[in-house]
Design a protein around this ligand. Structure first.
Ligand code: XMP
Length: 561
């Protein structure tokens, strides 16, 4: 077994374009395609990688990422890695224990993924979850078979006689969430059953070598004691110290950026979104005026957004910001365009042109900073060859001196979104900015159905302002994934005072979601909807009717275009 030593993992230059708060990266993706050039990946350490970590070996469960998040919520650094990751990479993270995730395969099928041998040879604690438990059973000499019936949903876990540190502070009976077809027929030598459910005589197994298997999913909210069990595993069994805090992260990350950048120059595109704001702030803390932020106003932003972003970064934080008002030129490019994808393309391309023009004026630049997050990195690393078509290679932002290759600086690439928000708060960013709902890169352009005009932008800005204001007053802003107005191209008849009107229809959309992949329409209180509707028709000239969108995603999308 190679000696464990903390060292940074290597960075790769690939990531998958994300949705959500990715205003700027959307544009950068387009830039990369346009320029056709490859960037040079920066040799950057994984922040917080040392001195301890829990490694989740991924077998493809839909909950794998959730396991990593739960571990980090216990203040221990955790990485999700494919089951064929070489030991050298694992060792560099100084692992204190392994968690084997669930997965869709059956361990007895030919070619089913199994845990690499170092998981067992390292003598580190192991916790197998569902498929992970079955992998342990199979690999260590037990028997796994298809259960008489599939167990899916709630079950009651009854702890056995044997005392285990895994169950410290866990009641003798508690609900758990099951989702499996296979079951342990025979435990491997040395293992004993530690708990059972009605359908699973071996719902939990363990041995004296700190190896455990759980048939249920401790990481999901439907297993209320799951977090306690994971915490017990991490602290009582793996002996972790718990040093993964966002305050530590910020301090370490600032030091690392200073070391990496030296006297170099960094540029980044600032949008006012959470990720780009935190990236800019942490880099600014590290290297001050060596960072230049380019803030392109494409004219599709919401009311007061430009002023607020500018004030926060230039006036309050004293950053070096190049502000470009591109509203007229973007509008010109959008003239006559109704197709949503065309709008995106036009805005993206124009953004790059403006970014290029401004970047050129700065002179020599060494790094391009981006808000790549950990889910992007995971998706890229785990997707393997099958999904490689989805993966785009990073290229430089075109227009910077032709042969110059920029290093990527991605200080948030080890963080989940909720961690990014915490870092933002640690760095003193206003709560209002840190908790901002995602806003699409092309902005209001894809919330105006049909052609974008100055007049329509004004109507939508005013309507959107009312929605935001009322949602915030009702203290729902943070609870909702997104809430906004859409300006349709439908006009309908109304009556105001003694006059007949023929004006626009505005739609209101509010959704709850975890990750924007699926979303449910929010059950807003009727009186709130009533206030929003009244205010829009009274305060926004050009609108005489308001509707509320009651479709979920799928089949609808969150945005209307
Ligand atoms: P949909 O409408 O596909 O949106 O359900 C999912 C999430 O992605 C955001 N979105 C975008 N973000 N550029 C972006 O940066 C875009 O072109 C874009 N389109 C949709 C949307 O706001 C939601 O959060």
């Amino acid at each position: 077994m190679p000696k464990k030593k903390a060292k940074p993992i290597s960075n790769d230059s690939r990531r998958v374009a994300t949705s959500g708060d990715i205003e700027v990266s959307t544009y950068l993706e387009i830039a990369k395609e346009l320029s056709g050039e490859r960037s040079v990946a920066a040799k950057e350490a994984a922040p917080g990688a040392e001195p301890e970590s829990i490694i989740v070996i991924d077998f493809g469960s839909q909950y794998s990422m959730l396991i990593a998040r739960r571990v980090r919520e216990c203040q221990v650094y955790c990485e999700l890695l494919p089951h064929d990751t070489p030991w050298e990479k694992i060792a560099s993270l100084n692992p204190k224990g392994f968690i084997l995730s669930g997965g869709p395969a059956s361990v007895y099928e030919p070619g089913a993924p199994l845990a690499p041998s170092y998981v067992y040879e390292s003598h580190l604690p192991v916790l197998g979850i569902c498929y992970g438990m079955q992998a342990i059973a199979k690999q260590l000499g037990g028997q796994v078979a298809r259960g008489a019936k599939r167990e899916y949903g709630h079950a009651i876990l009854h702890l056995g006689e044997v005392d285990s540190p895994l169950f410290a502070d866990v009641p003798s009976s508690s609900p758990v969430w099951m989702s499996h077809g296979d079951r342990i027929e025979e435990m491997p030598p040395g293992f004993t059953a530690l708990a059972h459910t009605e359908n699973s005589p071996v719902a939990v197994m363990g041995n004296d070598d700190r190896m455990f298997g759980l048939q249920f999913h401790p990481e999901v909210a439907h297993t209320p004691q799951g977090k306690t069990m994971l915490r017990n595993f991490i602290y009582r069994i793996c002996g972790c110290q718990g040093n993964w805090t966002m305050s530590n992260f910020a301090t370490e990350s600032i030091a690392r950026i200073q070391k990496q950048v030296g006297k170099g120059k960094v540029i980044t595109a600032l949008s006012g979104g959470v990720d780009s704001s935190v990236v800019a702030t942490i880099i600014h803390r590290a290297i001050g005026d060596q960072l230049t932020c380019i803030f392109v106003n494409h004219g599709m932003l919401r009311r007061e957004e430009v002023e607020r972003t500018f004030n926060t970064f230039r006036l309050n934080l004293g950053m070096n910001i190049i502000y470009v008002d591109g509203s007229e030129r973007f509008l010109k490019q959008l003239k006559g365009i109704r197709d949503p994808e065309k709008k995106r393309k036009v805005i993206g391309e124009e953004f790059i042109k403006v970014f290029e023009e401004e970047a050129k004026k700065i002179g020599k630049v060494n790094f391009l900073a981006q808000g790549t997050l950990y889910p992007d990195v995971i998706e890229s690393a785990l997707s393997g060859s099958k999904a490689s078509a989805k993966i785009k290679t990073h290229h430089n932002v075109g227009g910077l001196p032709a042969k110059m290759k920029l290093n990527l600086l991605e200080p948030l690439r080890s963080l989940f979104k909720d961690e990014v928000r915490q870092v933002g708060l640690e760095l003193g960013l206003p709560e209002e900015m840190v908790w901002r709902q995602p806003f699409p890169g092309p902005g209001l352009a894809i919330r105006i159905i049909g052609e974008v005009t100055k007049e329509k932008l004004e109507i939508l800005r005013n309507a959107d302002w009312v929605v935001m204001n009322e949602i915030k007053k009702a203290k729902l802003y943070r609870k909702l994934w997104q809430s906004f107005a859409i300006l349709t191209d439908v006009k309908s008849v109304g009556v105001m005072g003694d006059y007949r009107t023929y004006s626009y229809l505005v739609a209101v959309r509010a959704v709850s979601s975890e990750d924007a992949m699926t979303a449910d329409w929010a059950r807003l209180p009727y009186d709130l909807l009533n206030r929003i509707s009244n205010r829009i028709v009274n305060e926004v000239p050009g609108v005489n009717r308001v509707v509320y969108d009651i479709t979920s995603k799928p089949p609808s999308t969150i945005e209307w275009e």
